[in-house]
Ligand binder design. Structure first.
Ligand SMILES: NC(=O)C1=CN([C@@H]2O[C@H](COP(=O)(O)OP(=O)(O)OC[C@H]3O[C@@H](n4cnc5c(N)ncnc54)[C@H](O)[C@@H]3O)[C@@H](O)[C@H]2O)C=CC1
Ligand SMILES: O=C(O)C(=O)Cc1ccc(O)cc1
Length: 318
């Protein structure tokens, strides 16, 4: 058990990420008090049944009172309103952070509401699943995963280092970058891939010659992987695309150009072009697996709340 990193931590929102942080604090003794706030009474009741906190609040301002660290664990589009609601009750010297998948927009939404005497250190754990809600959290979620912190030029360095130490105590590896760079990188490695999954599952479901049951019956594992990703929370992903618009559109334009050249290679029977690309991509996959960064393989067997019937045996090591 670690010494507490903070006396009191307030989590605003208690879904997959909030509950995973709460479980980490509880199991690893990272905070003495854990205040949980959420807007729906049913969710709050469930968090209490799960024993995720030490106090439970429907009022965000109540939850953050006297907190040394406040983490917004909300859909990105809701962070501004939450910051406005809690701002008058923030303790001077408190660290305010978040876990949103987009960073520049969170900075734009949250910073104007914060008093000058608190430290704002935005963050993003690059770890998750397609599940949501307070039942979805688990202790190992952040282990050996990156958490990116995007402090602002004026952010107090000591506050950033305290938050780094907190995340490292959950098992995460921490990297620091600007919000804008974060948003570009995440657009290509996370946001566009999710868009592709939503699109391909939608296209398959819309095909008039293929009934829904055939889509499920004959789906190979590649398509199944897309359906897992396309089962991710609609509110969360709507907000990601609306708030990381420019970076996603830029990466999507690059993607579309490359897709057009693949289309051309297929049309003209250019097997070399196809073979070259597939060889390069296979090498990339192998280097990711070697570095131990593959979520599916790393997470297999440690997702207690995964209920999908396609959670088959892990593939043999490549
Ligand atoms: N799910 C994932 O795999 C990952 C998500 N994130 C980010 O973490 C944040 C939270 O995501 P999850 O925990 O997965 O979401 P979730 O859907 O599991 O939980 C969201 C929580 O926020 C509450 N909430 C929703 N709208 C609200 C509003 N308008 N005002 C107040 N409370 C509201 C919900 O009741 C719930 O407690 C998002 O910003 C997401 O982009 C970051 C890394 C991974
Ligand atoms: O479930 C998956 O495959 C994910 O990609 C999880 C995820 C979703 C959003 C993030 O910002 C970070 C990680």
């Amino acid at each position: 058990m670690n010494a507490p990193h903070f006396e009191k931590v307030a989590l605003i929102g208690i879904g997959l990420i909030g509950s995973s942080i709460a479980i980490n604090m509880r199991e690893r003794g990272l905070a003495r008090e854990i205040a949980i706030a959420t807007r729906r009474p049913e969710t709050l009741k469930r968090a209490e049944e799960l024993g995720l906190g030490t106090s439970y609040h429907l009022d965000t301002a109540d939850a953050v009172r006297d907190a040394d660290l406040v983490i917004l664990c909300l859909p990105v589009g809701s962070c501004g309103a939450a910051a406005a609601a809690m701002a008058p009750s923030l303790k001077p010297g408190a660290i305010v952070s978040d876990v949103g998948s987009v960073k520049a927009s969170v900075v734009q939404q949250v910073q104007p509401h914060l008093p000058a005497n608190v430290h704002f250190v935005p963050g993003h754990p690059i770890a998750g699943t397609e599940q949501s809600g307070p039942d979805a959290g688990f202790l190992e979620l952040f282990e050996n995963r990156w958490t990116i912190l995007t402090p602002l030029p004026e952010t107090d360095e000591a506050a950033t280092q305290r938050l780094r130490a907190f995340w490292e105590a959950t098992g995460a590896m921490v990297e620091i970058m600007t919000p804008e760079h974060h948003d570009l990188v995440l657009a290509i490695v996370s946001h566009v891939p999710h868009l592709i999954a939503y699109n391909i599952v939608g296209t398959a479901a819309d095909l008039e010659t293929v009934t829904q049951s055939e889509v499920i019956k004959f789906s190979a594992s590649g398509f199944r992987d897309f359906t897992r990703i396309a089962a991710s929370d609609p509110t969360m992903w709507r907000d990601i695309f609306l708030t990381n618009r420019d970076a996603v559109l830029e990466m999507l334009a690059r993607f579309s150009e490359d897709l057009a050249s693949l289309q051309r290679a297929i049309r003209w029977g250019d097997g070399d072009a196809l073979f070259d690309l597939f060889s390069r991509t296979r090498a990339i996959r192998r280097s990711i697996v070697q570095a131990g960064q593959d979520t599916e393989e790393a997470n297999f067997g440690r997702l207690p709340h995964r209920k999908d019937s396609w959670n088959e045996t892990p593939p043999a090591a490549e």
